[in-house]
Design a protein around this ligand. Structure first.
Ligand SMILES: [Zn+2]
Ligand SMILES: [Zn+2]
Length: 285
């Protein structure tokens, strides 16, 4: 079958013939890939800044943001059936017994760094025709979300950040634990730095949680990213026309800063909580 792969040794990216995977254990699922996203991580991999092939392979099949349709399931697969839509998890646990994060299924917090990531680090990705993987690495996607399902993986950057935000806030008696998810950000202001895809998805999550949300980005108004920000219900400021000092005057106190920041493949986002506290940076995953 066809796949798109990167060859780090020879600095090539090309369409290759890759062996079609088959179900070999009872809990595996075979997917026909419908869509695969391309993001800044792929740009870095295809410019050979990082990206590691699996042991013994000279190439890495890229693609980590995906949507697939189930074509076949093993006899022990419980909740997934042919025809279902599925988004496959990217990061897989490290092998070390002492890594409590990985052993409890929280590999985003792996502290050994020996995790693998499909399409990024030591495991083939999804930019191919068929993928076989264990059922436990697959997330069911409702049919009505078919058109936007491929955005699930990048959306998890913001969703996982918000899980941490609310856990941190619980230490303090500032939020009524009975508050609904749509009301928890009410009365609070959030600032998103950057209006790229992850910034836009973060903006949606923050607006949906009730935050008064602002996006601060480079491009001058008008521009399509700003139009999208406004359509989501947030306010766009351009760094070109509004310097930081002016931004502070116009927005006032900021309770939460969301920044998608990718200095290395293993760190995906950064949340800065400023609610009534000095700025505190919390790296996520
Ligand atoms: Zn990505
Ligand atoms: Zn680990």
């Amino acid at each position: 079958m066809k796949a798109i792969a990167v060859f780090p040794e020879t600095h090539e990216v090309k369409l290759i013939d890759h062996e079609e995977p088959e179900i070999t254990t009872p809990a595996q699922v075979k997917l026909r890939m419908l869509e695969v996203g391309v993001c800044g991580t792929d740009r870095k991999i295809t410019s050979f800044q990082f990206g590691t092939p699996p042991a013994g392979s000279e190439y890495l099949v890229i693609g980590h943001e995906s949507l697939g349709e189930v074509v076949e399931v093993g006899p022990e697969v419980r909740d997934i059936k042919p025809g279902d839509l599925v988004v496959t998890t990217v990061r897989r646990p490290c092998p070390h017994e002492y890594c409590r994060a990985c052993r409890t299924g929280h590999q985003d917090f792996c502290f050994t760094g020996d995790f693998t990531e499909c399409g990024i680090k030591e495991a083939h990705g999804f930019m191919t025709e068929f993928v076989v993987d264990e059922e436990r690495h697959m997330n069911l996607m409702p049919r009505e979300l078919r058109d936007v399902g491929v955005l699930t993986e990048p959306l998890t950057v913001a969703e996982k950040a918000m899980v941490q935000v609310w856990q941190i806030q619980q230490r303090l008696p500032w939020i009524d634990p009975n508050t609904s998810a749509q009301m928890r950000g009410k009365g609070l202001k959030a600032m998103v730095l950057g209006a790229g895809p992850v910034g836009q998805l973060g903006t949606m999550v923050l607006v949906a949680a009730g935050f008064e949300t602002y996006v601060y980005s480079r491009s001058k108004l008008p521009n399509p990213k700003a139009d999208l920000v406004e359509a989501i219900g947030a306010t766009y400021f351009s760094e070109e026309t509004t310097p930081v000092e002016q931004l502070a005057e116009q927005v006032g106190n900021i309770d939460l800063v969301f920044e998608d920041w990718v200095p290395t493949p293993s760190s995906s986002s950064l949340v800065c909580l400023t609610t009534k506290l000095p700025s505190k940076l919390i790296p996520l995953s």
